[in-house]
Design a protein around this ligand. Structure first.
Ligand code: NDP
Length: 306
């Protein structure tokens, strides 16, 4: 008589896998937040930091401090690194190639797409599975709703293995198998943020030049930027993807004529023109090239170097 068949997987109670061990290298503000989130999710977490004293608060939360990076790396199949720059990542990890061999490295250090591709090539040459990441959160937002991290790397199947661990940090946005793409998306979003921050600084400087308290402008500016963003961002994307830049809303020729009102006022109020100088140059070029009837989406195409 054949042995009793096991129950079908859908009927058997599937055992909950225990949280996988993980190592975190770099316990600055961000690395500490990442390690704390992993500990909170129940992952056995080994931590290492160049300045050893920073392991203290995490050890108090249950982390295992390691004396050396090698010891930390060999404690887990997955190592997350978060240092100041990718130069520091290279100088720390190049001597650790043997320890990392056959393991997975997730690099959440902010960097460029080409740095990510170079690190991925180095990792591949040493038998290390590599993923690059871009964190869209400040440390206080880690493991809270709204925080997410872009990831990219060539081995999407291996990424699936580590998803449950990485999900403890923030929502996951898979950017693609080109390892440079997480950094590219990260920098694109931060580019929008820096542009906004430069505009916000200029606006506060302008009202401040007449002694208006910043808190009076703040709610007006917030509502205005949010309303404009909802129109401008999707509208620009639609124009770019369809290559239709003509506008019946706000054309470049009109904006070019209006811009001196800003730059003249900044000068009169004793302020630098900041980012408006490069905007003026871009608008001049657009109109000179015959794009005066187009909308702001046309400026995107003019940012390409000849
Ligand atoms: P911190 O300055 O708080 O920490 C930097 C970390 O890098 C420390 O652990 C430091 O070690 C380590 N480090 C620097 N150089 C070396 C080196 N040569 N060898 C070994 N370790 C080194 O920075 P954050 O934690 O805030 O940022 C880390 C990364 O996260 C950056 O790339 C940042 O851009 C990114 N990020 C940060 C965000 C934030 O809001 N903080 C948001 C999104 C991304 P030691 O303690 O010994 O100095």
């Amino acid at each position: 008589m054949p042995a009793q068949q096991p129950l079908s997987p859908s009927l058997s109670p599937s055992p909950t896998p225990s949280p996988a061990p993980v190592t975190v290298l770099g316990l600055g503000l961000m690395g500490s937040a990442l390690a704390a989130a992993l500990l909170k999710a129940g992952h056995p977490t080994t931590v290492w930091n160049r300045t050893a004293a920073k392991t203290g608060p995490l050890a108090a939360q249950g982390a295992q401090p390691a004396d050396t990076a090698t010891e930390a790396i060999t404690a887990s199949p997955l190592t997350i690194v978060c240092l100041t720059t990718n130069d520091s990542v290279r100088s720390l990890l190049e001597p650790e190639a043997d320890a990392l061999k056959g393991r997975t490295l997730v690099n959440l250090t902010n960097g460029t797409p080409s740095q990510a591709r170079e690190l991925a090539a180095w990792a591949e040459a040493h038998g290390i599975t590599y993923f690059d990441g871009g964190i869209m959160a400040v440390p206080q937002m880690i493991a809270t709703p709204g925080a997410y991290i872009f990831y990219s790397g060539s081995d999407e199947a291996a990424f699936a293995t580590h998803r449950p661990t990485l999900a403890a940090l923030a929502d996951i946005k898979w950017a693609g198998t080109d390892p440079g793409l997480a950094a590219l998306y990260d920098l694109a979003l931060l580019t929008g943020m820096y542009g906004m921050a430069a505009g916000v600084a200029q606006a506060f400087a302008l009202t401040g030049s007449e002694g208006i308290p910043a808190r009076e402008l703040a709610p007006l500016l917030t509502d205005w930027i949010v309303a404009m963003t909802h129109g401008v961002v999707p509208g620009t994307a639609e124009a770019l993807d369809t290559d239709r830049h003509l506008t019946d809303v706000s054309n470049l020729a009109m904006n070019r004529e209006a811009l001196p009102n800003f730059t003249d006022t900044f000068a009169e109020q004793g302020l630098r023109a900041g980012l408006f100088e490069s905007l003026q140059e871009l608008l001049d070029r657009a109109v000179e090239q015959g794009y005066g009837a187009d909308g702001f989406s046309r400026l995107v195409t003019l940012l390409k170097k000849d």
